[in-house]
Design a protein around this ligand. Structure first.
Ligand code: SF4
Ligand code: SF4
Ligand code: SF4
Ligand code: FES
Length: 954
């Protein structure tokens, strides 16, 4: 079978029509080699021919790039026109008569190929691209048998390779200067790292002014490698292993963009990840993580055998699955017998599949008999769920990524897409280069503010914690200047709520001038941004954790929803409120009922009708009481009332705030079960380790930030011998609640049965369609790319009051700076995956960015080690002087456990959801070349708690 969606073992080769499609144009009919063809106006002759099954030889053209017309291999004859135009750059015309093959054209093409081959190494048999090289194919296609010019003249055959990038090699001796790489870097990735230097014979590809790729602006997305028709740019994995023999379509396991990939394989070895052209989220593009950083899945640190221990000071003992699951179940049951059902619970993972998450939350509710289940979305996007459901009626983003192509104004708030959501960033940058206007709201001068061919119209560099004051001021300007969309409000929104809100927002205390000292933003800039958002055409908001991870995270989400309703920027393409989700399946883990108060589909556990439905399907009585949220679990653990925890694929000891509080809570548990790939920071406190599976072994689905449900297909057998959901089922069964599924598809069938927005979803549907965005049901059998068209899910849109309340986290004489945290492109979350790949070449340690003025005041030089201390704790890390941050604000990442940035973050959290206030911590920075006390203690404890004893005789 060759279906691209069924994962059967064939090598999937996607069609390349040479130039991009031009949908929407009026139909144009022409004749090519005697065949009648009809295509949209604007289509190239090359593409029209290809769609009719006629392949015109080509080298510089590929359908992901606009044509360039440099290689002259695609020449054709057109009746009534002089010469032999390039088919890639010639648009079709009504009645055109094209000839693609005749002796004259064959001779011309052969001549072109002779010139190329005379300056190309003839080492095809040992070349990494052998069998998959367009130059080789074209030489065969044009029938090249001889090179009349010989190979002895001046040539480029002895140029040195650039092996600086850990993932790909640049061998200029094989370059045909087709500039596909340069155009891919510009048009697809938007980085502009490559240029063609020199002219004529001397022209060559160069990584800008830099000597090597690693020294250049290159972000290692791999688009140039994918575009290269020769072996000039080759993946090192292909150089090492050779060409793949089969491929499987699956989904990236990193960020919430949810890129689709072809995993290209040799047996069970992944030799290359190629972004899939039909991937709805990425349309053939990727970033360095998805394309290259998959090696962690087979890293030697993986634990593939279950392990147990009586006390956390004991060494781990490898045991059988049966023993490990029995041990965990007995301990959990003993805790419940002594302290009650609610003394245990679990945490689901946003990195696991929908099916795995669904099974864990079901096990906790049905087998453990408690609603003590929460998910890591608690610490990132829980305010999104709250804010959007209260105002619009649905806890999810409103658009698909493609929608940004229709936006005229884009407001990016508290997100850094080029680092956190790189493939969406490339799409956004393309739209900005085409003329859309940009407002960036961020304390840090992120790359989007100014990058090649992009300059934000406004960078509102606000003080961390002033989001709500800012969003109120934007709304105040729109209302006070009469820029609101009254017709939209009258038709789509609740009248009484709007009237009440209008009175609130008109108050002069919300004027930009009144909040200038609070926000740090000049009033004129804020007014200008408000006018642009309200009057610039289709206006879309994209946001990240800089919105949600504040004490007023939910208020800010509501404030943005108010803004969209006020200006009518909701319910069509090019507008909307769009959370950029951090992890691959944050949306899915929330959808699957991971919150303590909600069943799958966001239905409250106290709703008798809903609960009755689940009781019938799950065959057991369920608790109507909402369970504990993650922070409450920690508090209860320290209070001694919560004593057992099952953690699925989540490293709470590193990712959650106030590390010392978290680890004290974990240390106090009687039974901690960790299901993960590696002995992570949390496992240091565990009694049972259940080895997990990587995305390359999983069968299931992830749901991305667009609500797009993508298939995750296994490309290799589980290294543990079991699927993760099987292990959960066995644990539930051992707890006394028999739970069994035959397959992940069967779990999805149950999800569809109990979740109205998933009613039409099945693996069959996904295999046929590629992906689908929920709601997918009888009302929307093909899914829903854009939400709230014609009406809000809740009926009328609801304006809500968003009073600004300053954070309790204040600066003081002892802690005069504000720390805010974020991500970097090459690393991901707690770094457990990316630190085990060559991505460490870019970010081997967490760095503290500090403004030169703040550094000078403290006598800190660039690159020196510093102590970063808050009221919670201290750590030591390297300082980097940077004016990206305003004075008084410092910034770091949290990818490396040795730094443990969360040692300094606090317990403050969002009032509605308890999402931690990661983005605002009062700190002091001082010179220091000593590890902090916490770091020293951790180092000592780590080696003790990771010891593994020889397998037990069972
Ligand atoms: S890897 Fe990406 S960023 Fe780097 S040069 Fe190639 S296209 Fe440009
Ligand atoms: S490196 Fe490859 S894509 Fe770039 S110009 Fe050379 S042959 Fe063309
Ligand atoms: S943008 Fe996100 S989903 Fe896409 S390849 Fe990169 S990490 Fe993976
Ligand atoms: S493919 Fe048309 S000129 Fe190169």
């Amino acid at each position: 079978m060759t279906s691209p969606h069924c994962g059967t073992p064939a090598l999937i080769r996607e069609a390349d029509h040479g130039t991009p499609a031009k949908p929407g144009g009026a139909p144009v009919s022409l004749t090519i080699d005697g065949r009648q063809v009809t295509v949209p106006a604007g289509t190239s002759v090359m593409r029209a021919a290809s769609e009719a099954g006629i392949d015109i030889p080509r080298l510089c053209a590929t359908d992901s790039l606009n044509p360039f017309g440099s290689c002259r291999l695609c020449l054709v004859e057109i009746q009534g026109r002089r010469g032999t135009p390039a088919s890639c750059t010639t648009p079709v015309a009504e009645g055109m008569q094209v000839c693609t093959q005749n002796p004259r054209l064959a001779k011309l093409r052969k001549g072109v190929m002779e010139l190329y081959i005379s300056d190309h190494p003839l080492d095809c048999l040992t070349c990494p691209a052998n069998g998959n090289c367009e130059l080789q194919t074209m030489a065969g296609t044009v029938g090249l048998r001889d090179v009349r010019y010989g190979f002895d003249g001046e040539n480029h055959l002895r140029q040195e390779k650039d092996t600086s990038n850990p993932y790909f090699t640049f061998d200029p001796s094989k370059c045909i200067v087709c500039s596909r790489c340069v155009r891919a870097c510009e048009d697809i990735q938007g980085t502009f790292a490559l240029t063609i230097q020199g002219r004529g014979f001397d022209s060559k590809v160069s990584p800008g002014a830099a000597q090597t790729f690693m020294d250049s602006d290159c972000v290692s997305c791999g688009a140039c490698v994918q575009a290269c028709p020769t072996a000039t740019l080759s993946e090192n994995s292909i150089i090492e292993h050779g060409q793949p023999e089969h491929s499987v379509i699956t989904t990236c396991a990193y960020c919430g963009v949810g890129c689709s990939f072809k995993a290209e394989m040799q047996g069970e070895t992944v030799v290359r990840m190629v972004p899939y052209k039909d991937g709805g989220a990425n349309e053939g593009h990727s970033c360095v993580k998805g394309r290259f950083a998959f090696g962690y899945a087979t890293h030697s640190d993986r634990i593939t055998t279950p392990m147990i221990r009586d006390k956390i000071s004991d060494p781990w003992t490898p045991v059988s699955w049966e023993t490990a699951i029995g041990f965990a179940a007995e301990r959990f049951k003993a805790i419940q017998a002594r302290y009650g059902k609610d003394a245990i619970g679990g945490i689901t993972s946003s990195r696991c599949t929908n099916e795995e998450v669904y099974v864990v939350q079901k096990a906790i509710r049905a087998a453990f008999g408690t609603n003590n289940v929460d998910t890591c979305a608690r610490v990132c996007h829980s305010p999104t769920g709250y804010g959007l459901s209260k105002t619009f009626g649905t806890s999810a983003g409103t658009q698909d990524f493609r929608s940004v192509e229709q936006a005229d104004v884009v407001m990016v708030i508290g997100a850094n897409p080029t680092d956190g959501h790189p493939v969406f960033a490339s799409r956004l940058k393309k739209r900005l280069r085409a003329g859309a206007r940009l407002i960036v709201v961020d304390p840090r001068r992120i790359d989007l503010v100014r990058s090649p061919h992009i300059k934000a119209d406004y960078h509102l560099q606000l003080q961390p914690g002033a989001n709500v004051a800012l969003v109120n001021a934007l709304a105040h300007v729109i209302v006070s200047e009469g820029l609101e969309n009254r017709a939209f409000i009258a038709e789509r929104c609740d009248e009484a709520d709007f009237a009440y809100w209008l009175e609130f927002i008109r108050d002069p205390r919300h004027a930009p001038e009144a909040v200038e000292s609070l926000t740090g933003i000049p009033a004129a800039d804020l007014r200008g941004a408000a006018r642009l958002y309200a009057t610039g055409g289709n206006a879309a908001i994209y946001y990240g954790l800089g919105v949600t991870e504040h004490s007023q995270g939910s208020t800010m989400v509501i404030g943005m929803a108010n803004l969209a309703m006020l200006t009518g920027n909701i319910g069509r393409e090019g507008v909307g409120i769009n959370p950029l989700r951090g992890q691959n399946n944050v949306q899915g883990s929330c959808d699957m009922g991971s919150f303590p108060h909600e069943f799958p589909g966001y239905r409250h556990v106290s709703d008798d009708t809903v609960r009755a439905l689940f009781e019938v399907v799950w065959g057991t009585a369920l608790s109507p009481e909402p369970g504990l949220r993650i922070p409450n679990m920690f508090d209860a653990a320290l209070a001694g009332t919560y004593r057992g925890l099952y953690v699925q694929g989540e490293d709470i000891a590193q990712s959650d705030p106030n590390t010392q509080h978290v680890t004290s809570a974990l240390e106090s548990l009687d039974c901690l079960v960790v299901q993960d790939l590696f002995l992570n920071e949390t496992a240091a406190f565990a009694h049972v380790f259940l080895p997990g599976t990587s995305f390359l072994e999983k069968d299931g689905t992830f749901t991305n930030a667009e609500r797009r449900i993508n298939r995750v297909r296994p490309v290799m057998a589980s290294k543990t011998g079991k699927a993760e959901w099987q292990v959960t089922c066995e644990l539930a069964t051992a707890m006394g609640y028999p739970m069994h599924y035959d397959s992940a598809a069967g779990i999805m069938d149950e999800i569809a049965r109990v979740t109205p927005t998933f009613r039409g979803v099945s693996f069959d549907l996904l295999d046929r369609k590629g992906s689908v965005q929920w709601p997918c049901n009888d009302a929307a059998p093909d899914g829903t790319p854009t939400m709230h068209i014609g009406g809000f899910v809740r009926g009328k849109g609801r304006f809500m009051i968003t009073e600004f309340v300053p954070s309790d986290e204040r600066t003081s004489r002892f802690f005069p700076l504000i720390l805010t945290t974020g991500r970097i492109l090459s690393q991901y979350n707690v770094g457990a995956q990316t630190r085990r790949t060559d991505n460490v070449a870019w970010h081997p340690e967490d760095i503290l960015e500090i403004h030169p003025h703040d550094a000078e005041q403290r006598g800190i030089q660039d690159g020196e080690m510093v102590s970063l201390a808050s009221r919670m704790g201290a750590t030591t890390l390297r300082a980097c002087l940077s004016d990206r941050m305003p004075q008084g604000v410092v910034y770091t990442t949290f990818h490396h456990p040795v730094t443990g940035a969360n040692v300094v973050t606090t317990d403050h959290s969002d009032w509605a959801t308890n999402c931690p206030e990661y983005k605002r911590t009062a700190v002091q920075v001082t010179r220091s070349n000593q590890a902090s006390d916490w770091q020293v203690q951790k180092q000592d404890a780590d080696s003790e708690r990771r010891r593994i004893a020889p397998p037990a005789a069972e």
